[in-house]
Design a protein around this ligand. Structure first.
Ligand SMILES: C[S@@+](CC[C@H](N)C(=O)[O-])C[C@H]1O[C@@H](n2cnc3c(N)ncnc32)[C@H](O)[C@@H]1O
Length: 405
């Protein structure tokens, strides 16, 4: 079979029997792909990878622990052979041919009646790439297409018929702490497939420039004591847009459920009959300290941490310096929080760090102690947004760097 003879088809294999001969690396990859498509997989192999053994043990596939025997393909729609032994693969392919069963032979593409393409997927669209007998060429092409799909550079918007009124949806997407590439792949896919994006002040706003021109962006961004769009109106916008049949993405900074009011937005949508997906995000509570080389836990230094809002000054928090405290929205109340915590078991010389505008133009890291921080912060004019970290972990990286010198 040459490339020009290929007749591309998308197989709907759910619930249909597929026989896989050979439980090595190739067999494992194929089994996962087949299971994702809902196939009923029978594996024939003397040995398997641990992964396939687990799938067999949990009942996701049927495993016959033996070599291939004539008759094994009975009832199959498709067979994949990847035993690593050319004669066995050839025998399987021959038997498949005799019974008019489509077969994929990992050892010899020319003996296969079907080839497996490299596949890119995006928002219900599937693109299959064949490399003309050169699988790496197909994969390279697939990777380039996948990137462009994910970045919204290809026309994937659904073409809907006028009478086809689709139900709108809302996705609460955690965009991470602001860097363009700290959003999850799932979040980015949903963002680029959206009809409407409802966005915040924090979060990866630079991604908005990649949206299709037809996408409506509604900016409901809030400042520290400046709430341009009240929360109940944001909730209503989400529901109203979804009820127009639109795919709405609520792009939020960090994680939707960490001081993100994601729970309220979810409740309101659900109460109004709107389907919601929540996509977790990288929270500034952990990622922004990491920018300053501060791990919120560190073996032998800190085994736990508290994330707390500084909306109202933080008072006593149990634990000593080995219990890290991370304060969000705490710039205005910093002096009072530091004094309260210094008066407790942490003491005035407990280390503290303030990381302002993490990943942004104004990123700045300041280290001090609970006793001195109010003065230092006032002198340098610390501004929101900032993450404040308190505990011995603050100096952990410094110590390591010093000992390496
Ligand atoms: C309303 S909370 C939202 C937190 C968000 N849901 C998260 O998981 O990161 C906003 C606060 O998060 C912190 N924050 C968020 N992004 C930040 C960044 N890039 N740099 C510094 N602080 C940030 C600040 O304390 C800010 O006042």
């Amino acid at each position: 079979m040459t490339q020009s003879e290929l007749y591309p088809l998308g197989l709907r294999i759910a619930g249909r029997k597929v026989v896989v001969i050979g439980g090595g690396k190739v067999g494992t990859r194929r089994v996962h792909g087949l299971l994702a498509a809902g196939a009923s997989v029978t594996l024939i192999s003397l040995e398997t990878t641990a992964d396939l053994a687990d799938l067999a043990a949990e009942g996701s596939i049927t495993w016959h622990q033996r070599g291939f025997e004539s008759g094994d393909l009975a009832g199959a729609w498709l067979v994949q052979t990847a035993t690593g032994v050319a004669e066995v693969d050839a025998a399987v392919t021959q038997e498949a041919e005799a019974h008019q069963i489509i077969s994929v032979n990992a050892a010899e593409a020319e003996k296969s009646t079907a080839w497996v393409p490299a596949v890119a997927r995006f928002d219900g669209v599937t693109v299959a790439a064949f490399g003309g007998g050169d699988p790496r060429r197909g994969m390279a092409l697939r990777d380039a297409i996948q990137d462009q799909l994910t970045e919204g550079k290809l026309p994937t918007a659904a073409v809907r018929k006028a009478q086809e009124k689709l139900a709108g949806t809302v996705a609460l997407v955690g965009g991470g702490p602001g860097a363009e590439d700290l959003i999850t792949v799932r979040g980015q896919r949903l963002l680029y497939a959206a009809d409407v994006v409802v966005t915040d002040r924090l979060g990866p706003r630079a991604l908005l420039q990649h949206l299709h021109p037809g996408v409506e962006v509604i900016d409901v961004g809030k400042g520290p004591s400046n709430h341009p769009v009240p929360q109940d109106q944001i909730n209503q916008i989400l529901v109203d847009q979804a009820k127009l049949g639109k795919r709405v993405v609520r792009l939020k900074g960090g994680d939707p459920y960490v001081f993100g009011r994601g729970g309220e937005e979810l409740d309101f949508c659900v109460a109004n009959g709107v389907e919601v997906e929540v996509v977790p995000g990288v929270s500034s509570a952990i990622a922004v300290p990491a920018l300053a080389g501060i791990p919120v836990t560190h073996r032998g230094v800190s085994t736990s941490f508290t994330v707390i809002t500084g909306h109202i000054a933080v008072s006593e928090i149990t634990g000593g310096r080995d219990h890290t405290v991370v304060i969000l929205m705490g710039v205005a109340s910093l002096a009072e929080s530091a004094a309260n915590l210094a008066a407790g078991s942490r003491g005035a010389d407990c280390p503290i760090a303030i990381i302002e505008d993490g990943y942004g133009q104004g990123q700045r890291i300041t280290r001090s102690t609970l006793g001195d921080v109010a003065k230092v912060a006032a002198e340098i004019g610390v501004k929101a947004p900032a993450v404040i970290v308190i505990g011995d972990v603050v100096n952990e990286r410094n110590k390591e760097e010093e000992s390496n010198e």
